[in-house]
Design a protein around this ligand. Structure first.
Ligand SMILES: Nc1ncnc2c1ncn2[C@@H]1O[C@H](COP(=O)(O)OP(=O)(O)OP(=O)(O)O)[C@@H](O)[C@H]1O
Ligand SMILES: [Mg+2]
Length: 276
């Protein structure tokens, strides 16, 4: 296992749910080989809100796809509950950035029901679970609506409810709020934290926003620019939107870390606008 010292003979920490062990990801195109990530190593514990943070093109989505089982590492291994990930499975559900993840010809309720029924969850139980999670994301009134009448934020709430209703071992979220306006994005971050307080799921969350990483995450893996390598793994002590000194210090630290990689000039300080 990734971080077990060989001489101790100890097994991996039993709290580890996902072990991404020295993972290198590559794409073959017609003309060349693209290395997306290089020897990336991290472990997600049960109940973590684990954030992958890094600049565009550093391989965040690729890592998420590898965990989802859509692509295979050329080096290293990914394990879930100790078992190698060899393909997609019901224990991992993905929420993407795009608003068009829902089936447009199905209502909110039918969208949430769909993966449950296709996995053989009995009808009554599926209906109960769909109703519960639609309520948890605050969309009770829209359960019989079709996606085209929903706002972007509401569509993302449905996608989250749909993924969570399947009760996966780990929820994989790839910039789920990036296409929303700033206010809705903020509200959705808050709602995700409330949902986590309520249900205590495990989430692997991808973002390129330092602020979002600190708000959402309890652990943050900072990746270098392309090809992505681990720069640091940090604790983010559940700051939420709290603009404390600790929040600002962590924001500055990560900013410097990411900026220093791309420029030799000293990183500018992150400044905060004073509240009116
Ligand atoms: N299907 C593909 N074929 C070839 N190269 C790819 C493919 N998908 C991604 N890449 C390359 O792999 C690298 C990592 O891409 P990836 O999409 O994982 O980055 P990212 O961190 O998610 O970026 P962004 O923040 O822009 O979403 C990039 O150089 C990208 O061009
Ligand atoms: Mg991406």
């Amino acid at each position: 296992m990734g971080r077990v010292l060989p001489f101790t003979g100890q097994e991996a920490d039993p709290g580890v749910l996902l072990d991404v062990d020295n993972v290198t990801l590559q794409y073959k195109t017609d003309s060349r080989l693209v290395t997306a990530t290089y020897q990336v190593d991290f472990q997600v514990h049960r109940g973590d809100r684990f954030v992958l943070l890094g600049p565009s093109g550093c391989g965040k989505s690729s890592l998420l796809k590898a965990v989802a089982g859509f692509i295979k590492p050329v080096e290293g291994q990914i394990r879930l509950n100790g078992a190698p990930v060899t393909g997609p499975g019901p224990d991992r559900m993905v929420v993407f950035q795009e608003f068009d993840q829902l089936l447009p010809w199905k209502t909110v309720f039918q969208n949430v029901m769909f993966p449950l029924r296709s996995r053989g969850v009995p009808k009554r139980e599926a209906e109960d679970r769909a109703g519960t999670y639609i309520a948890k994301v605050g969309l009770d009134r829209f359960r019989d609506s079709y996606p085209h009448i929903l706002s972007g934020g509401m569509k993302q709430r449905v996608a989250i409810a749909r993924a969570m209703a399947t009760e996966p071992e780990i929820l994989l979220m790839d910039e789920p709020f990036a296409a929303l306006d700033a206010l809705t994005r903020r509200r959705m971050q808050e709602e995700l934290l409330q949902l986590w307080d309520d249900v205590r799921f495990t989430v692997l969350f991808v973002t390129h926003s330092i602020e979002e990483a600190i708000i959402v995450g309890n652990r943050i893996l900072v990746l270098s620019p392309h090809p992505g390598q681990v720069k640091a793994e940090l604790n983010a002590h559940s700051y939420g939107h709290e603009k404390s000194e600790g929040f600002a210090a962590l924001e500055n630290r990560i900013h410097t870390m990411l900026f220093a990689e791309q420029n030799t000039a000293p990183a500018p300080k992150v400044t905060r606008a004073a509240r009116p």
